[in-house]
Design a protein around this ligand. Sequence first.
Ligand code: ADP
Ligand code: MG
Ligand code: MG
Length: 879
Amino acid sequence: MSHKYVYLFSEGNATMRELLGGKGANLAEMTNIGLPVPQGFTITTEACTKYYEDGRKINDEIMAEIMEYVAKMEQINGKQFGSLTNPLLVSVRSGARASMPGMMDTILNLGLNDEVVAAMIAGNPDPKFERFVYDSYRRFIQMFSDVVMEVGKKYFEELIDAMKARKGVKFDVDLTASDLKELAEEFKAEYKKQIGEDFPSDPKTQLYEAIRAVFRSWDNPRANVYRRDNDIPYSWGTAVNVMPMVFGNLNDNSGTGVAFTRDPATGEKKLMGEFLFNAQGEDVVAGVRTPMPIAQMADKFPEAYAEFVKVCDILEEHYRDMQDMEFTVENGKLYMLQCRSGKRTAQAALKIACDLVDEGMIDEQKAVEMIDPRNLDTLLHPQFDAAALKKAQALGKGLGASPGAACGKVVFTAEDAKEWKERGEKVVLVRLETSPEDIEGMKAAQGILTVRGGMTSHAAVVARGMGSCCVSGCGEINMDEANKQFTLAGKTFKEGDFISIDGTTGNIYEGIIPTVDATISGYFGRIMSLADKYRVLKVRTNADTPRDAKKARELGAEGIGLCRTEHMFFGEGRIVPFREMICASTVEEREAALAKILPMQQGDFEAIYEALEGYPVNIRLLDPPLHEFAPKTDEEMAEVAKNTGKTVADIKAIVTALHETNPMMGHRGLRLAVTYPEIAVMQTKAIIRAAIKVQAAHPDWNMKPEIMIPLTSEVKELQYVKKVVVETAEAEIKAAGSELKYEVGTMIEIPRAALTADEIAKNADFFCFGTNDLTQMTYGFSRDDAGKFLNAYYDAKILENDPFARLDQVGVGKLMKMAVELGRPVNPNLHVGICGEHGGDPSSIEFCNRIGLDYVSCSPFRVPIARLAAAQAAIKFPR
Ligand code: ADP
Ligand code: MG
Ligand code: MG
């Protein structure tokens, strides 16, 4: 038998979501449990995939099967396409596995043409019926033209407006049958004008075109963007549902509505929704007229309402989740047109999950599984006031690099951000891109907006770390740094002008949009403790200040997985001696400069250990190339010259010599410790001394600092640097008469390290995957520049998403898996974690769980997300 591409609703069920799409599977399920659903059929997602495989054609075999099912549908419903006595009218609706706004809109009333319209009217003398027929007809022409043939909506809306003006009426409902008849003619004429052909009158041609349009819409730009943002693979395809129309616009005893079984905003258990009588389809949402709250439906349609309430209970009981439903009443009789698990706010999601557990509807694991970890973001950052946001019009869009909302005056330099903040202003820092020097200014700003850079650009990483809002890589901005201004969408922003940015969506707005503070409700804590109960992966944080570390602890971090030491060098009083160190010409000079830094660095570590309350702290030795710290301005050079007794010319020469063509692959990471072991010595001393001191202050804590050596590619270089670290540490411990334990491990972030992980594991207590660099080096994509061409890669379907945001499990993941499998057998005590940006991404966390990592480490504000994602991974794939 040939492959089955079409299913009657009575042939499917809710478990067939992948094949039938969400809408189709649920229409089938509702049919099975005896709810009133107009009986039609679903064309599978496989037919969609086949359509693309066949070069965007519906092949003859599938077309023949569709026609066979049209005949079945005609028989079941006792109506025929094109019949003049009993015409069948249908809706054609797209339906992917996951609900996907941005895809094709629905087409209603398909099957109408001049003859059918005339026959319907002739068969019913009621003038109101005539009006209904013409209303349906003009809607059909309008939707078909817009959706199938992509003739812009606006032409039709203009015609409607012109008609209303001519007739002196305000609402569509006030147009008479003859007005609508005229309008239908005008629409057809408009269609012909735009397309150059007559409006298709054969219902089967109409159906064929509509199905093609649904398949085509899977690949439209809006759908592609939505998929990328929501982790939906392109390969899934969409299903198409074809079903007989029921008419909410038939008369005043009819109507259409949408409802939720619980409040999608708060989660409160009560029926919520809206109903509009004498209306069809999207009228409720489109705001053509004001609908009535669902409760009022009880007065006007008591029987249909009572039945609807029963249906709601049946559906909740059946699906054991809050349902979102679409329904129509035709002549007092209820028809169900759609049900699905309702979209909800993060607050509502938490409350509903807890309530369902308490109601005995679901178990704890299900409660953990039903919450989208990414939604928790919104609970942790300030947000724009929803009503104000709705009214605002975005001027442009960058990457939503770090969630939250920011509103403030535009400033162009980190120094200005700091200064303005100090005098009490709220600012948004706008930069071409940021660099480590901008840290202070970034902290001072409400949010950061950059013209260049992707999801792992400096601005993005640092902002996420600080939990502040960042929109990165908005290439539409025309920057004029020299004059402290930029233009976007034709508007010029000068220093001090107000701007608002949304780090979740990446949207940029002119002016002030008020923000509201994030609140954490009690349900949040309850779900988090359930997550902790079921997860296997530990969750640590990337933090390098006591403030961030404390925040992360509050949010449930069980340690620091990555403490970057370089950020500390930009702090008060450090950058100058650090520059002296960089510009030193001899070991002695370097050591003298390092000696100035040592106590400060020790203090930093003490504060971080204190904040972590005895939980593990992993500290990475200096990683970035030295030139990032080099003095840049004349004053900075003069200061270093003065302190070191060199001339400004000397300093200039040294700085010039530090320049590298390819700094990301240059003199950085443990290569610095090979050339300047003194730096590793100083840092090791600071780490160990601080640990000894904190241990003494808290005898009940079990201090065991983890010293992490970055950028290993060859076991011998690791051994070389490790020797320096161990000798220093041992000497410190001995001198202090302490028994402190510590670990020395390495980052795995160069493919060669993964490939030789068995050798490396013999010399390391732990591995930590630095997946930012590992991705960069595995792909050979510069993480700071990839944004420039990734869009072309998405368009060409070479990549579906940014490998820096979502771990490439195929390639980079294979290296990780290999490293774990090579490393563990030679060193059974080896512990393994991940500390790249991917450590906070739910699908990447699922992968880390699968390959048996011990922990993930992410920025503080992602800790709750990681806890939940880790629990979901453990439930889905028990180890
Ligand atoms: P969306 O996914 O955008 O909600 P739907 O396919 O659910 O699109 O259709 C939108 C609206 O069209 C539904 O809410 C429903 O009111 C109406 N509709 C769809 N199919 C039918 C039908 N067979 N009879 C009556 N109304 C329908
Ligand atoms: Mg719908
Ligand atoms: Mg790295």
